[in-house]
Design a protein around this ligand. Structure first.
Ligand code: HEC
Ligand code: HEC
Length: 448
């Protein structure tokens, strides 16, 4: 074992969190695999990209087409070679030629202060419009069978798995007898940052999957044309991808921080927050705490939507049959957890909006439930002008609930917290802080 790995294992063991330190050689391979491999076949022919504008209600192809395309769907420039496509789209096999598919970064490649970052959640994305308009441009109009996105910047990634597993036998061969495993499409999931995984014993918001599970991440490969053999051949690469995710570090807050205020905030954080979110710095601790739904009080849909029918089918499937655990915590088959996991807060300045459903646009709102906007929109740009340095998160504008006549793509630009899955209640732990204490905690959070 290289010395650097051995040493970081000691540190991690000492800190009593996380699964294991990343193997740097495998992590390098994993990065190359993630940025250079088409793990699934294309959904659209190549001309789908060039022709998408025909669905935009404009009379001619916009100038600066690549930028207009990214803006339309909420995609960002790829910070690695990607055949001229935005991050998240990828050249892949299509029938007997090449076409365009998606990859992990369509959701897990975000942007902050105008910089594309692999591993940051993409909070600009409207994946529903992307799918439907690219199908239309490809002259194969296809309705996505559920709402893939209810509010821009969130997606129904869980529903995607629930739907597609319904077409698979336990050994992942395709079946024509579709089983409804409890498909629901109103969880409005925000995408967690990948750099948090190394502190976690379990993955996903409810903490029901062992964080060492490689196959769990492969659910995304359930494209209708993916065969059992494809899954098996890709597993070694996914082992490396997991090592890459475990090696990631959060971006640093780039603006000045008031050190005195942050130090005061650290004390308040220690009293009010550390028991759930852990402590930070070289000798960090992280309790891996799942907070029961009734206690945390945030929106219940994500918790409820992925239920026993999917759990049972998953537990029988190839995904759950890997050595190091699988869908459920080792030794606890079919047992769902009690609520949501209190996430590590490393790099939290960059991961707005907050909570598992992205219902609160700033840290100030997280720490003061009375200050949370109810129905709001934002630019969905990620530049310095879009970023709220005072409240820490995205600048938003309160608006009226969207009328029924609004086009779907515009309606999804409005986040309406009165709608199912989008509730912004709960997590009231900052409500009783004095304003200067709250400001100090926010200053401290910038340093994590
Ligand atoms: C359609 C969007 C989407 C795509 C594509 C996608 N993910 Fe995710 N991913 C999510 C969302 C949303 C979550 C949170 C799920 C939850 O807990 O409910 C998530 C969670 C995860 C987690 C758990 C993180 C944690 O800290 O708990 C990992 C690891 C992960 N994804 C890896 C991948 C990999 C690898 C790929 C590509 C093979 C991928 N994802 C493709 C949206 C996506
Ligand atoms: C009883 C445990 C508990 C306490 C105490 C607590 N939190 Fe949380 N916190 C959670 C849970 C659970 C979530 C996830 C809720 C969800 O996503 O629905 C969360 C979410 C957050 C988030 C959003 C993270 C993200 O990326 O979306 C922030 C920021 C946060 N907490 C900060 C704090 C601060 C600061 C304090 C102290 C004032 C605090 N929390 C106290 C349990 C706790």
């Amino acid at each position: 074992m290289p010395r650097v790995v051995a040493w970081s294992c000691v540190v991690l063991f000492f800190c009593a969190g996380g699964v294991a330190a990343a193997d740097p050689v495998a992590a390098t391979r994993g990065k190359a695999a993630l940025e250079g491999t088409a793990f699934i076949r294309a959904f659209w022919p190549s001309f789908g990209y060039a022709e998408a504008w025909r669905a935009w209600g404009v009379s001619e192809k916009p100038a600066g087409y690549d930028a207009a395309f990214r803006e339309r769907y909420g995609l960002h420039p790829a910070p690695y070679p990607n055949d001229g496509l935005p991050m998240g789209l990828r050249k892949a096999d299509y029938l007997f030629t090449k076409g365009i598919g998606i990859d992990c970064m369509v959701c897990h490649g975000g942007s902050i202060l105008g910089k594309s970052i692999v591993g940051l959640g993409n909070t600009s994305l409207d994946i529903h419009s992307l799918f439907e308009e690219l199908y239309a441009a490809s002259r194969t109009p296809t309705r996505v069978p559920f709402a893939f996105c209810q509010a821009r910047g969130t997606s129904e990634a869980g529903a995607f798995s629930v739907y597609l597993l319904g077409f698979r036998e336990p050994d992942l061969t395709l079946t024509h007898k579709f089983r409804d495993l409890g498909l629901k499409d109103d969880a409005c999931e925000d995408v967690p940052a990948w750099w948090l995984l190394k502190k976690k014993k379990t993955m996903y918001y409810v903490g029901a999957t062992d964080a060492r599970s490689v196959r769990s991440m492969m659910q995304f490969m359930m494209h209708p044309l993916t065969t059992r053999g494809d899954f098996e051949r890709a597993e070694p690469a996914f082992r490396d991808v997991l090592q890459y995710l475990l090696s990631m570090e959060p971006p640093k807050y780039p603006f000045p921080v008031d050190a005195k205020k942050a130090t005061a905030g650290k004390v308040v954080f220690g009293e009010h927050c550390a028991k759930c979110h852990g402590t930070y710095g070289e000798r960090w601790t992280y309790p891996n705490k799942i907070v029961p739904l009734a206690e945390i009080g945030t929106d219940p849909k994500r918790y409820e939507n992925i239920g026993p029918a999917f759990g049972a089918a998953y537990a029988e499937s190839w995904f759950a049959k890997e050595k190091a655990g699988g869908w459920f915590l080792p030794g606890q088959p079919l047992k769902l957890t009690a609520g949501y996991q209190a996430p590590p807060l490393d790099g939290v300045w960059a991961t707005a909006p907050y909570f598992h459903n992205g219902s609160v646009p700033t840290l100030d709102g997280v720490l003061n439930s009375r200050a949370r906007p109810k129905v709001f929109t934002r630019s969905f740009g990620t530049g310095a002008d879009d970023y709220d340095r005072e409240r820490v998160g995205w600048k938003v504008r309160e608006v009226s609930p969207p009328p029924a006549t609004m086009s779907d793509i515009d309606r999804r630009r409005v986040y309406d917290t009165t709608r199912p899955g989008r509730g912004n209640a709960g997590h009231t732990y900052g409500d009783d802080l004095a304003p200067d204490e709250r400001a100090a905690v926010i200053e401290y959070l910038k340093t994590l």
